[in-house]
Design a protein around this ligand. Structure first.
Ligand code: PMP
Length: 443
């Protein structure tokens, strides 16, 4: 490697997100290139990507098709205003996405609003819900319900409906938000293979909130069908169905945050398809562009779209948008990503790996200090007994895995794995073998 080592670089100025900056800068971990399933580190090592970047590089790293599409687009039209003006790539990408929309054509979730990130997709979805309720004469419905241990990005809307204390304790939440309990029920469901058996009744929390606040004050409920960043928490059998039924009963919109589960992570295009439960709005990002260009997209039902997009011809119907909504480069990246997904069958590929994945990961059950293993699609959470300081052991495991050539993600006391969807069985075995060695040495 002819790049200067990290310690020769000035690390003072870049304020890193969601990072213990001082600790990182004392012992930096620097990734300099990536191809397929592997990163290169600046000390010349190959690091197996056990996390698809941050749950986003579903088609693997360095896809030249995407890079070329972006280059062509930038050389043709690098930017166009997206308010009152259009450009072809945005319409083409929305049309292509509509073709694989969550739940298939009958679900009608094919009206698509572009954003630049998952956080923006979440805040956009919440605003769509409020705009819809008002448009149908239900303007008193302004309350937004999230869930404990939910992660919906870092906008004020997202942290308000999110359920992470660290995201909330310093920053104020929007007024008029409330939360369901989370579905992580270790005592009853630890080491379940597949969906947890117990806990569907936790959906009835929504009935309690209706009784507490009045249905006429509640606009929408947002949940991740599988909570990813807070430890890979699976919905108990029947939970999503029950939540849908309660929403229907009370005129409450249901939003699925599929920023992680969208685009093949579970072995179906979306979690909506996997679980067969249809929300009214779906948020996506990450895999939308294979993580190579920032972008998010909100899928709204035709019914919602029709209700909002009415009124005098010259009036702006939805007072919301970003300078870079549907950016040409992002749309080009998305179109190329979608072609790869289709050509390589990546949106359903995980079904072929799921058994191996589940069997391999569940073997960790017998390791000392492992208190739960959760798998679904090509995601896994391995929860550790923290023993000393919460989070410390998992963080030590991350550092040691990196030294041995594996990138894992840590959330609290859980090691989260979510490799690119192009993973081969040999990659899965290698991941498990490195993690196994590390867990054995970090008891
Ligand atoms: N929602 C979910 C479910 C997520 O996992 C994330 C990011 N991990 C977000 C929203 C926020 O996305 P972004 O970081 O792109 O803003």
């Amino acid at each position: 490697m002819n790049k200067p080592p990290a310690n020769a670089r000035n690390l003072a100025h870049y304020w890193m997100p969601f990072t213990a900056n001082r600790q990182f800068k004392a012992t930096p971990r620097m990734l300099t290139a990536a191809r397929g399933m592997f990163y290169d580190s600046d000390d010349g090592r190959s690091i197996l990507d056990g996390t698809a970047g941050l749950w986003c590089v579903n088609a693997g790293h360095g896809r030249p098709e995407i890079a070329h599409a972006v280059e062509n687009q930038l050389n043709t039209l690098g930017y166009a205003p997206c308010f009152q003006m259009g450009h072809p790539a945005a319409f083409d990408f929305a049309e292509q996405l509509a073709g694989i929309a969550p739940g298939g054509p009958d679900a009608g979730l094919d009206r698509i609003f572009f954003t630049n990130s998952g956080s923006e997709a979440v805040d956009t979805a919440l605003k769509i819900a409020l705009a819809y309720q008002r448009a149908i004469g239900q303007g008193t419905r302004t309350r937004l319900i999230g869930r404990e241990r939910g992660y919906h990005g870092v906008g004020f809307g997202g942290i308000s409906v999110g359920g992470l204390v660290n995201n909330r304790r310093v920053f104020p939440s929007l007024p008029g938000t409330d939360h369901l309990r989370h579905t992580h029920w270790l005592e009853r469901n630890a080491f379940t293979r597949g969906l947890p058996r117990y806990g569907a009744e936790l959906a009835d929390d929504l009935t309690r909130l209706v009784a507490l606040h009045g249905a006429e004050t509640i606009a929408a409920v947002i949940i991740e069908p599988v909570a990813a960043s807070t430890g890979v928490l699976l919905p108990p059998h029947g939970y999503l169905e029950r939540l849908r039924a309660i929403c229907d009963e009370h005129g409450i919109l249901l939003i699925f945050d599929e920023v992680v589960t969208g685009f093949g992570r579970l072995g179906s295009p979306f979690a909506v398809d996997y679980f067969g439960v249809k929300p009214d709005i779906v948020t996506t990002a990450k895999g939308l562009t294979n993580g190579m260009i920032p972008m998010g997209a909100v899928f709204a039902s035709r019914q919602i779209h029709e209700a909002i997009v009415v009124g005098p011809e010259t009036e702006i119907e939805f007072y919301h948008g970003y300078t870079y909504s549907g950016h040409p480069a992002a749309c080009a990246a998305g179109l190329a990503t979608l072609s790869i997904y289709k050509e390589e069958g990546l949106l359903t590929r995980v079904t072929q790996l799921a058994d191996l994945w589940q069997n391999t990961l569940h073997e960790f059950q017998s390791r000392p200090g492992v208190i739960d293993v959760r798998t679904i699609g090509l995601m896994a959470g391995i929860e550790l007994d923290p023993w000393q300081k919460p989070g410390q052991r998992a963080y030590d495991v991350l550092v040691e895995c990196f030294k041995r050539g594996l990138l894992v993600r840590v959330t609290g006391d859980t090691i989260a794995l979510s490799p690119p969807l192009i993973a081969e069985p040999s990659h899965i075995e290698r991941m498990a073998s490195i993690l196994g060695e590390v867990l054995d040495t970090h008891q």
